[in-house]
Design a protein around this ligand. Structure first.
Ligand code: NAP
Ligand code: ZN
Length: 346
């Protein structure tokens, strides 16, 4: 077994702290990565706090992983030692169901294995990227460009693909008015991709202080959602709303901002169910949809698109010892726009 170092939560009530554990040996189809940077996703905090379901503890969060390959199994074809590589939210799936065959491993009919807070196919808990090393089967490892700054590439593995995939699926682009609701880790990538695809992008935010930066990210308009006059001015105007909000919010209000036939795409995962009035949808034949991360082929496509168009995340690099303080700031919407852990500080 491989001895690994990490930061783990021992229970939902305790802060993350150093922890040692074992990873499996590198099998014939596995790649071992020395983790250099790991992004901090709001999903990490939701899961440590059991916001969605009872978690598996100790929990080592982290699913925005980039690093250097240090070992490959005998049958590995696509990767070599010393190359850069990334791992996102999944580390395995059945590989044979219709969704896996379509490159939609995130919707594997048997359930995909998550990078952490999941049991692998032999029943062993998975541990994520707040760690010095990880062993992953080749099919779930991504090529990462050496032309982009590596730390700022890490968040593409979750925040990037989670916003790229629905915008591609709904073919959002030229001629569309896209609103991005919530300007955090996911939201700021939604703005970058929406603008890159040619849409007219509006940020809907609770934080007036983010206006100047939102425009620097590529947004054309900025609406403060606590200002009723400001909100009224965009009523019935958007073709799509990409909803990245992590906490409870008034879905009926946001549905009223869609034009006829508009679609609200939910990617945020608040801990409570949405409360939606039937009229919010039927008046204007509106749709409410959801989207989960993205499959492996599309994740590679997104990483290649980012390398070609020079797109990365805007990040604040942190020492792993500051992880609890960073969670507190993230909860307040006070991050520009993604914390990334420098794993050299572990
Ligand atoms: P984040 O960085 O904390 O961003 C969330 C943003 O939502 C905040 O910056 C804030 O933006 C806004 N917000 C927060 N509380 C709000 C409230 N009560 N009302 C209105 N707006 C509020 O989080 P993230 O990492 O981007 O993740 C966002 C959500 O997506 C989380 O629930 C996460 O679990 C989920 N997620 C889903 C997937 C998927 O596959 N679908 C993948 C990854 C993450 P403003 O300051 O601009 O208002
Ligand atoms: Zn995530």
């Amino acid at each position: 077994m491989i001895q690994a170092k990490a930061y783990a939560a021992q229970t939902p009530e305790t802060d993350l702290a150093p922890w040692g554990f074992e990873r499996r040996e590198v099998g014939p189809h596995d790649v071992q990565i020395e983790i250099l940077f790991c992004g901090v996703c709001h999903s990490d905090l939701h899961q440590i706090k059991n916001d969605w379901f009872p978690g598996i503890f100790p929990m080592v969060p982290g699913h925005e992983i980039v690093g250097k390959i240090v070992k490959v199994g005998d049958h590995v074809k696509k990767f070599k030692v010393d190359e850069l590589a990334g791992v996102g939210c999944m580390v395995d799936s059945c590989q044979v169901c219709e969704n896996c065959k379509d490159g939609l491993e995130q919707y594997c009919l048997e359930g995909s294995t998550q990078t952490y807070n999941s049991n692998d196919r032999s029943g062993v808990p998975t541990y994520g990227g707040y760690s010095n090393t990880i062993v992953v089967r080749e099919e779930f490892v991504l090529h990462v460009s050496d032309k982009l700054p590596l730390a700022a590439t890490a968040p593409l593995l979750c925040a990037g693909i989670t916003t790229y995939s629905p915008l591609r699926h709904w073919k959002v682009g030229k001629g569309h008015k896209l609103a991005v609701l919530g300007l955090g880790g996911l939201g700021h990538m939604g703005v970058k991709f929406g603008a890159a695809f040619g849409a007219e992008v509006t940020v809907l935010s609770t934080s007036p202080s983010k206006e100047v930066e939102a425009k620097a990210l590529g947004a054309h308009h900025f609406v403060v959602t606590s200002d009723p006059e400001h909100v009224k001015a965009v009523s019935g105007s958007f073709d799509f709303i990409l909803d990245t909000v992590s906490a409870e919010h008034d879905m009926n209000l946001y549905l009223s901002l869609l034009r006829t036939n508009g679609t609200l795409i939910g990617v945020g995962v608040p801990s409570q169910p949405y409360s939606i009035q039937p009229f919010s949808l039927l008046a204007g034949r509106k749709s409410m949809a959801g989207s989960g991360i993205g499959g492996i082929p599309e994740t590679q496509e997104m990483l290649d698109f980012c390398a070609e168009h020079n797109i990365v995340s805007d990040i604040e690099l942190i020492d792993i010892k500051d992880i609890t303080a960073s969670y507190e700031r993230m909860l307040k919407g006070d991050v520009r726009y993604r914390f990334v852990i420098d794993m050299a500080t572990l």
